[in-house]
Design a protein around this ligand. Structure first.
Ligand code: ZN
Length: 385
């Protein structure tokens, strides 16, 4: 029997108590991070958790004893809200789902926490108290929560918390990896917001180490899939290049290959054909061929795309990565792009699927029908003959 132990972190600290076990950070005059509040970053060690965060410019590191596989409550006064995490390592999600009643899809959040929350609340996925309100529905985030914006941590912990809450309602949160998750986990910080460079510096580590495989966020991200199929609809960050079909690997195998190779050295990836394809410019993290010619090759032809979908036994493919002005399906509604510029902070919409129909979902909850059920179209064709 798993023994549970609840530990409460009270982060409302007085100036005096803060002084007892924290280190006041001195920033330069031009620095805008003097009253920075950021975190938490939780690192697992044998029998304990090291909780690191910055509170009003004070760096705090606490060691907390944790019973094996015990739950542990993080109460974040100034952050999002109180939430529970488990010291038990995350389980790996299935790749294929059927009979899902409704799906809400958001992509390329890029640290724009406020816009992300606005979209979720505006569409009733979250209630006024920021709690799961989508019942047994599924929320799919198709990658690129990381980079560019200044509130990546807030986004990650919100998704982390919703994952647990959704399960209580028989709902589900799917967080698929994008190229920016891979980049940060592999230590490529070219697109990381300055704030996180500073945060890592304050904590005496590099950005990559904030998400190491012994950190809660790092091991959680490393448990995620890259490609999933829900109700025969394929979800992937960038897209599926036709060469994928020649690889002769199931989607599940590809997800596993990615998981075990996130931390592999570049040399290993470079000299392995499959890994080179997966992590490369035409792989599921980077491919742009649904929407444009690239320097390497032309935009995909419709017939080739259809053959790829048939091979993968899916009816549509839903992607992010390549930013559009608004959600407007390509290739007879077979390719549905969702990245509509949340990264700009004041733009972006989401995709809703319900009863076989896709809708654009705007930030205020206004929805616009994009597709019609296949049966209805067949009926219309018959009537017109
Ligand atoms: Zn991307």
């Amino acid at each position: 029997m798993i023994e549970k132990r609840m530990i409460l972190f009270l982060l409302f600290m007085s100036f005096f108590s803060t002084l007892l076990f924290s280190q006041q950070i001195q920033f330069g005059e031009t620095d805008s991070y003097n009253d920075l509040t950021e975190g938490p970053y939780i690192f697992w060690e044998e029998g304990k958790a090291i909780v690191k965060y910055i509170w009003n410019g004070n760096y705090i590191s606490e060691e907390v004893a944790v019973q094996e596989h015990g739950d542990f409550t993080v109460s974040l006064g100034g952050f999002d809200s109180e939430f529970e995490i488990s010291s038990f390592p995350p389980t790996i999600d299935p790749t294929i789902y059927t009979n899902v009643p409704k799906i809400f899809v958001v992509s390329d959040i890029h640290g724009q926490y406020n816009r992300f929350v606005e979209i979720l609340r505006g569409n009733g996925i979250l209630d006024r108290n920021m709690e799961w309100n989508w019942g047994n529905g599924h929320l799919v985030i198709i990658g690129d929560v990381f980079d560019r914006g200044p509130q990546v941590t807030e986004c990650l912990w919100l998704i982390h918390r919703l994952e647990r809450e959704a399960e209580q309602w028989k709902g589900k949160v799917h967080f698929l990896l994008g190229n920016h998750e891979i980049m940060v986990l592999q230590g490529d910080v070219r697109y990381v917001h300055d704030k996180y460079i500073k945060v890592a510096e304050i904590m005496g580590m590099d950005v990559k180490s904030l998400y190491s495989d012994t950190s809660e966020l790092g091991r959680w991200l490393r448990s995620k899939n890259t490609i999933e199929v829900i109700n025969n609809i394929l979800f992937v960050h960038a897209g599926i290049h036709p060469n994928f079909t020649e690889m002769n690997h199931s989607i599940e195998e590809i997800n596993n290959r990615i998981r075990v190779n996130i931390d592999s050295p570049r040399e290993k990836i470079k000299y392995n054909d499959l890994l080179n394809f997966i992590f490369g410019s035409i792989g599921p993290f980077w491919y742009r061929g649904y929407f444009m010619d690239t320097k390497d090759e032309k935009q995909i032809e419709q017939q080739v795309l259809f053959e790829t979908l048939i091979y993968m036994n899916v009816t549509e493919v839903v992607v992010g990565h390549t930013t559009q002005d608004f959600i407007n399906p390509f290739f007879q509604n077979k390719v549905i792009p969702v990245d509509t510029g949340i990264k700009y902070g004041n733009k972006g919409e989401a995709l809703l699927w319900k009863d076989g129909i896709f809708y654009r979902a705007k930030v205020d909850g206004y929805i616009e029908q994009l597709t019609f059920p296949v049966k209805k179209i067949q009926k219309q064709i018959k009537e017109n003959q």
